[in-house]
Design a protein around this ligand. Sequence first.
Ligand code: ZN
Length: 220
Amino acid sequence: MTSTVRQVRETVAALHAELTRYQLVVWTAGNVSARVPGEDLMVIKPSGVSYEDLTPDSMVVCDLNGALVEGDLKPSSDTAAHAYVYRAMPEVGGVVHTHSPYATAWAARGEPIPCVLTAQADEFGGEIPIGPFALIGNDDIGRGIVETLSGHRSTAVLMRNHGVFTIGEDARAAVKSAVMCESVAYTVHLARQLGEPLPIPPECVDALFDRYHSVYGQLT
Ligand SMILES: [Zn+2]
């Protein structure tokens, strides 16, 4: 095992704790993966293992066709979808999947989350889109993710009747997107209960998104 693979195993194992911390997953559902920098490999959660039992050593290394390269356990059943995204989107370094409840409720209705919060404009640059209905077992989920997110500012897609897939420049960014997606889904759901949330004018969405992605944070 190279030191790079070791490092990615540690990162991916640790990031799974964020999914439970933010209550985005139940039982063994959900998964995080990361591309191994400089290699055509990814590290992903093993299938059917409890979150508290996940360790760097239990993570699974696959190639970008989803075939097992290194690991004692079977890779996540969503491996093909993650692999498809890495093959089609070279800029993506991390992928996350959850069935987080509020976001998945929007997916169940097939309804995109309208951009009615400044935090949503910051993070997603507009509405959070709906992807197609797709059965697990072939490339349909991966293709649906890529087709929906290509050329879209959003790093999150609500796959219809299923749940959330997020992408990021690395796995931590994809986890952040999954956390923010659920937060936005929850707040907009609450806002809907007593009225119609007010849209943010498109030019203001653009200004918020540009500012957040250029000057926000510690890098000024
Ligand atoms: Zn799923």
